[in-house]
Every structure is written in structure tokens, then in C-alpha cells.
Design a protein around this ligand. Structure first.
Ligand code: DGL
Length: 267
């Protein structure tokens, strides 16, 4: 008799340079509470938005190896920068489902009732033009204005949200964007939704779009379609490559992590 071993309880793995990807993680956890989840915050190499493609590929290689050892069934690129700079290069490299945030959410963003939209993102994401190109695949009439806000990532990671200097830095970039009169503004870096209360001091909250909501729904639908969802234990493993205490503290706004994240280094 042939025994077929069915693999069960394989986790869904997420990664980002830090706490940003938790904006996606928290949303998927709500949609699929029984799935086992792993999160890796590469805090040692933050900010990704200032790194070269070669550096990002090197980090991703190690992270994917780690996820494969953990027997992950899917990897969520909860990071706009890696989605825009390295997704195309690595999408067929691993025998895993890979979900990149921009490419997964662009179809829905392109249908928003707006002729002109702004995108706040990292230098790497803006320079890649992936937001513009992906949106135009679905709607060539939508005008896309992109502005890089690299300093915002550190404001979030270093938990400096309440400092007057941080508020000023956010306001300055927002004013620069508002001159173009966009109808909606995409928070095109997973760290930026942490700044929503500051942004909402200067413009209506409804103006800002966090792609994480669309992205999490897309992942759930796609996993379901591919028969990859399961009732597991709802277990969670959170890893970082540096500063677990700071990570736990900064994460609070989106995700309360009860246990200190585990420190993992690959070199
Ligand atoms: N949160 C990531 C993104 O969505 C990376 C930010 C960074 O480390 O520069 O782009």
C-alpha cells in the first residue's frame, strides 16, 4: 500500500527591513487567523530603500534559505522596495509561492476613482518606476506622481513619531506632494502607514491608501484558489537580525508582540 504523506501546517513567511511589513502581517493574521505565520525583520540591514540591487539580492537569498528550512509554503514580500527591485530577478528561483506587494495590489489601485494619484515610497522604489508601470498595465490614463521619503523609515524604526522634527519632515514631503493636487496618495512603503496620524493632521485621512489591505485580501484569495490554506495552530514566530527590543517597541502601533522577537543572523 502506498502511503501518501500530506504536508500540513506549513507556515506563510513574511519579510521586510523592519517593522513595516507588520502592516501586512497584521491584516493577513485577521483574514487567516488559523494559519501558522513567520515574520523576519531584517533590522540589521535597514533601510532597504538605500541599498543596491546586489545587496538586496544577497539579503533575500539568506532570508529565503531560512524560510525554506522552516518549510514555508509561501513568502510574502511585505516590502515595496524588494518587490520593485528584486522580485523579477528571483520570482522563479525558488519552489515557493512569492507574493510581491506592488504587483499584487496595483490592479486594485488602478481602479480607484482618481485621475491623478501620488505615491510616497523609498528612493529605490521611486527610481524603479514599478508603481507607475504596474498601474499603467491596468489603467494607462492614471497619472502617477512619485516622491521619495527615505527619512520616514527611520522615524518609524526609531520610534520618533512624536518628535517635532519628525512631524516637520512628514509635513514638508506632504506639502511637496499636495502641490500636484493628487486625489489619492499611496503609502508605497510598508513603514509609512505608521505615520498616518501625522499625515492626517495636514490632509484628510481618506486621501491616504495603504496597499496592505488590498494585498492581504489578494494573498488570501490566491492561497484559497491554489488550495494552500489550512486550519493550523495559528502559531507565530517573529525574528529580527538586530535590536529585538526596539523592534518590539516600534511595532506596537500595528502589532502587539507578546514575546521578544528572536535574534537571527546569517553571517
Ligand atoms: N518597508 C520597506 C518598503 O516597503 C523598506 C523600507 C526601507 O527599509 O527603506 O519599501
Amino acid at each position: 500500500m502506498k502511503i501518501i504523506l500530506k504536508k500540513i501546517n506549513r507556515p506563510i513567511a513574511f519579510f521586510d527591513s523592519g517593522v513595516g511589513g507588520l502592516t501586512v502581517y497584521a491584516k493577513l493574521k485577521k483574514l487567516l487567523p488559523d494559519e501558522n505565520l513567520i515574520y523576519f525583520g531584517d533590522t540589521k540591514h535597514m533601510p532597504y530603500g538605500e541599498k543596491t540591487k546586489e545587496e538586496l539580492l544577497e539579503y533575500a537569498d539568506k532570508i529565503f534559505e531560512f524560510f525554506i528550512k522552516k518549510d514555508a509554503k509561501a513568502v510574502v514580500m511585505a516590502c515595496n522596495t524588494t518587490s520593485s527591485v528584486i522580485y523579477d530577478t528571483i520570482k522563479n528561483k525558488y519552489d515557493l509561492k512569492i507574493y510581491p506587494i506592488i504587483q499584487s495590489a496595483a490592479g486594485i489601485i488602478a481602479k480607484l476613482p482618481a485621475k491623478k494619484i501620488g505615491v510616497f515610497a523609498t528612493h529605490a522604489t521611486v527610481n524603479s518606476n514599478v508603481y507607475k508601470n504596474e498601474i499603467h498595465k491596468h489603467n494607462s490614463n492614471m497619472e502617477v506622481i512619485q516622491i521619495a521619503c527615505p527619512e520616514w523609515v527611520r522615524i518609524v524604526e526609531e520610534n520618533r513619531l512624536n518628535q517635532p522634527q519628525s512631524i516637520l519632515q512628514v509635513e514638508e514631503k506632504l506639502n511637496e506632494m499636495l502641490k500636484f493636487k493628487p486625489e489619492k496618495i499611496i503609502l508605497g512603503c510598508t513603514h509609512y502607514p505608521y505615520l498616518i496620524d501625522i499625515l492626517a493632521k495636514f490632509a484628510p485621512k481618506e486621501m491616504f491608501i495603504d496597499p496592505a489591505a488590498y494585498f492581504a485580501q489578494y494573498i488570501k484569495d490566491d492561497l484559497t484558489k491554489n488550495h494552500l490554506t489550512e486550519i493550523a495552530d495559528g502559531s507565530e514566530e517573529i525574528y529580527v537580525s538586530a535590536n529585538p527590543e526596539a523592534f518590539q517597541q516600534s511595532a506596537k502601533m500595528f502589532y502587539e508582540i507578546n514575546k521578544l522577537p528572536q535574534l537571527v543572523t546569517f553571517d
